[in-house]
Design a protein around this ligand. Sequence first.
Ligand SMILES: Cc1ncc(COP(=O)(O)O)c(C=O)c1O
Length: 388
Amino acid sequence: MADPLADDLLAYRKHFPALEDCVHFISHSLGCVPARAQDDLSEFFELWRTKSITAWSDWLPEVDRAAARIAKIISAPDGSVIMHQNVSGIMAVVASCFDYAPERNKVVYEALQFPTVSYVWQAEQRRGAKCVLVPSQDGTTIDTDAMCAAIDEQTLLVPISHVVFSSAYIQDAKKIVARAREVGAHVVLDCYQSIGTVPVDVHDLGVSFACGGSVKYLCGGPGAAWLYVRPDLIEQFAPRVTGWFGHEAPFAFTMPDQSYAETVWRYMGGTPAVAALYQARAGQTLIGEIGVRRIREKSLVMTQACIDWVDELGMKLNSPRPAHLRGGSVVFDFTGAADVCRELNRRKFFCDHRPTAGIRIAPHFYTKREEIDLFFAELKKIRSGSGK
Ligand SMILES: Cc1ncc(COP(=O)(O)O)c(C=O)c1O
């Protein structure tokens, strides 16, 4: 029988020479570096060296080019994405678009939210927000009906993860968005754990805002986060967290007030961190070229192979079993998992460990079938104390 993982995506491994001396199962946290990122960073450097201040005529358009690369991956229309440095900052920008009247002050999100996002919304309570956290019954999933039930006429915002970082559970964003829109609330969908491995179609989902970064499955390194704003909403908001690049004419240097750009640039703050956009270009381009649907197909086969190993070794699976509910990573636990994870990393079997969740691993489009077996064989050796 043909090996389902003997696939044409392995042809892309040549772009990732770093894969040759490690087993890279950490793409949910840090995607492997593409060789081209070095050339792209050199291009940034050369522009700086040779053109000095006039390099900005190349650097600034890179913001729109990066946004277009992201837009392609999330099926967003042109002009609806802007680049930022990280999701925390993006959440603060989005939060600053709103005020909290007592009759509409609820911010509803899941208790399994990535902490940085929660920190931003909890701080909004000082300005009148009322955060409502929907608990998880099993520590892994969030009941969609419970999410929808928590969203009522008093709800202003629903900032949720598309895929939960600690379990890879995929939320039913479409259903949650439908409920939010019914009561006039806005969903802010954090796609950090889905972009590049689970298809995201912001248009189909109907979200008001979506965001994410490039560090993980996009293989772009830190500093190239993105914000999507639904086109009909772009001009509705005037973020208080702002800066001169959000101005309609930054180089007119008008004083004293902001006069917001009509475009999605109105969500931009100060000077964009352009080097990070060059660095992220290769990964974003490759993922756009391959297409996330193909990546997802392979990912599902590989994560199932990982789950089979977890079962065989008698470990506790902390990710959903059904394919349609699990994202690109697999999370599992056992006594001593944190120490085993440390040793796996020392041996260049890259993975991570999260408290109460366990070891997280994520094969990606560049993973070879045998690497899954190699990983679990190594883990087994370390666990049994037999491997040096
Ligand atoms: C779901 C999710 N959101 C956000 C982040 C990170 O946020 P930031 O870009 O602010 O570091 C991560 C992981 O680092 C994440 O998994």
